[in-house]
Write a protein that binds this ligand. Sequence first.
Ligand SMILES: Cc1cc2nc3c(=O)[nH]c(=O)nc-3n(C[C@H](O)[C@H](O)[C@H](O)COP(=O)(O)O)c2cc1C
Length: 362
Amino acid sequence: MPDPAPADRPPRDPSDPVSLADFEALAAASLRPEILGYYSGAAADERTLADNREAFARWRLVPRMGVEVEGRDTSVEVLGRRWPAPFGVAPMALMKMANSEGDVAVARACAARGLVMTLSTVGTATIEEVGAAGAPSWFQLYLLEDLGRSRELLARSEAAGYEAVVMTMDAFILGRRERDVRLGFQLPDGISYANVRRSAHKRGDTYGDDGFKQSNTWADLEWVVANTRLPVIAKGILHPDDARRAIQAGAAGIQVSNHGGRQLDGTIAALDALPAVADAVAGSVPVLFDSGIRRGSDVLAALALGATAVFLGRPVLWSLAWAGERGVGMALDMLAAEFRLALGLAGQQRADAVPSDVVVRM
Ligand SMILES: Cc1cc2nc3c(=O)[nH]c(=O)nc-3n(C[C@H](O)[C@H](O)[C@H](O)COP(=O)(O)O)c2cc1C
């Protein structure tokens, strides 16, 4: 059956979001400006933030005709699990500033859809609370100076049924986000990190000061690999040699990302870094991608450029601020529907077999 014509669709509330970008304006109506600034902002002049989006416009899609796509398959397999759609939720700090249920609301929305939720080390719900929500869960690790406590975080993740550890390599020191400076962003009263001590963040600006290891070396990645039985994904990789090096250190996956432009401004757009990393990895481990995904067609382009799957960032925070678990569910459903549409319109039958000639560089 063809997709229903617009007129056949049920009437919608005129204020409901139609695209992921719409959620930002909806979030702005309910968040204090400094909190929206923390979520939406990025480092320095925010050139990389903008370029992460512009990079998608530098590639054009070349759809194929004459293909039967009615039964197309949007699922992909990552580390032994089938995902119903080729995306999950990226790790993000301080979700409870958006909604009192925070990370757990996001995890429940993921659970209902079988999508992966990544909990941040500086998340606002415990490892156990998020695990109990029932989504396939990944734990994002910022290594603590105290390796004993780092090991405890890994052990708790294993005990709570998490399926992978994401070691973020690009945020051992924090980028300077000028919106936070201008708007005087501080950890609001009543919001705390659920898995690390607040003393770890006492310098105040956001997170990541004396409690966190101020450098992340390949030896640190090796340490993490040696101290968990979960597969470890190296997040924040942009150079093909770093991808090779991470795999040598034992990484079971590579996440191409520039942290949404929040670290070194002027950094290459994540999408522009993807093809060379995918080439270097050459299928030996999954290549994951985040930074700038806002459309189903973005997901398609990332798959064509070598990603196995992608992660959604800021739209999750905006939709959480707007309507909690229901809002996040709407955002996830929207991206899934857009991806399914894009895959079909591109004349492709399988998300796990998108050929590279679906995109051409302008
Ligand atoms: C408010 C916010 C907090 C974030 N916190 C973390 C974090 O704790 N750990 C981490 O690895 N990445 C963190 N990230 C980066 C995301 O995982 C992801 O790389 C980024 O959001 C992708 O960019 P996009 O949201 O523009 O698509 C954060 C991003 C945002 C926007």
